[in-house]
Design a protein. Structure first.
Length: 334
């Protein structure tokens, strides 16, 4: 299979879900909003896959997903998700080989939001928002792997926001996740090689803000943001990883929980400028060859805030990391 794909987005790609319930919503209230600017997937079985995927989000373009919920009554459980991805390419190969190049440039706005009010939720409440400007994934099975990636973001922002108030709940989870450039390749191969260049010049914001009057179980507000991220994991013996990352856009991450009275409360905020990880299988005689260059020239900030009247236990953490590189030869389960 030989693939040559060229995609460009110049306008707005927007998904909005709006749920309004005045009474009892039943056993569950579940909604999801998902927006993707450009998407490509290629791969085959028992042969060779070669080619390229080029994706461009032009200046002025918008990729946005918004989930809005107004539950003035009650529900047994609630799940609300929003996801916005500017460009995404997937390489999927079985029993053969893959040699590919992916080039992605995002100069637009990538935004995911999850907002609203929930009256009473008797069971679990799950709230998430995820925004990724550029994304490349690889799912490689028993195939030689040689993947090249170039990613750049120049847009006004990459935003992921969860902002929800709850009257009464049980177990509650709120998660906002934002990534400028992301590469995640999972392989089982005799040799897995990858060459990645990433540049993030767009501000990245990931905010989770929960306001809960009372709750009986575990409540968590979590926010995660990274300018550039690369993961290459091989269940086989050999990994060769070359990375060059530049984080020039501010990474601002905030997790907040305001509560009246309840059980366990946890807030966590993690902000990273550049991150790279490589893994190989130790029981296979694994070996890693890696070359890495990381430059962070912008602010990386994490804030975690908890304000409440009474709780059984309270925990909070904030972590800000400019550059992170991890290489490990570990068990085949990685």
């Amino acid at each position: 299979m030989h693939v040559e794909s060229d995609q460009e987005v110049q306008g707005h790609v927007e998904a909005t879900v709006n749920a309004q319930v005045s009474g009892y919503a039943g056993p569950y209230l579940s909604t999801a909003a998902s927006a993707t600017g450009a998407s490509a997937t290629a791969g085959t079985c028992c042969a060779e896959t070669t080619g390229s995927s080029l994706q461009t989000i032009q200046s002025g373009a918008v990729v946005a997903a918004d989930a809005q919920t107004q539950l003035s009554g009650s529900a047994d459980s609630v799940s609300v998700d929003s996801s916005a991805v500017g460009s995404t390419t997937g390489w999927e190969q079985i029993n053969g080989s893959v040699q590919s190049w992916t080039g992605q440039v995002n100069s637009g706005l990538t935004s995911a939001s999850n907002s609203g009010h929930l009256g009473t939720v008797y069971g679990n409440t799950g709230l998430s928002s995820a925004a990724v400007a550029n994304n490349v994934t690889g799912d490689i099975d028993t195939s030689s792997t040689d993947i090249g990636v170039g990613q750049e973001t120049y847009g006004p922002a990459t935003n992921a926001v969860v902002d929800v108030s709850i009257g009464s709940g049980a177990d509650i989870q709120g998660l906002a996740s934002g990534v400028g450039n992301n590469v995640d390749v999972q392989a089982v191969a005799s040799d897995a090689g990858m060459n990645v260049t990433q540049r993030n010049d767009a501000p990245l914001n990931a905010y989770t803000d929960l306001d809960v009057a009372n709750w009986s179980g575990d409540a968590s507000a979590t926010a995660y943001g990274v300018g550039n991220s690369v993961v290459l994991s091989n269940g086989g013996p050999s990994v060769a990883l070359w990375t060059d990352q530049a984080s020039n856009g501010d990474v601002d991450v905030s997790a907040g929980f305001t509560g009246g009275a309840g059980g366990y409360a946890y807030t966590s905020a993690t902000a990273i400028g550049n991150a790279v990880s490589g893994y190989a299988c130790d029981t296979c005689g694994g070996a890693i060859t890696a070359t890495n260059r990381q430059i962070g020239s912008a602010r990386v900030q994490a804030n975690s805030t908890t304000v409440m009247g009474r709780a059984q236990a309270v925990a909070a953490d904030a972590s800000a990391i400019g550059n992170s590189a991890t290489y490990r030869v570990v068990g085949s389960g990685n």
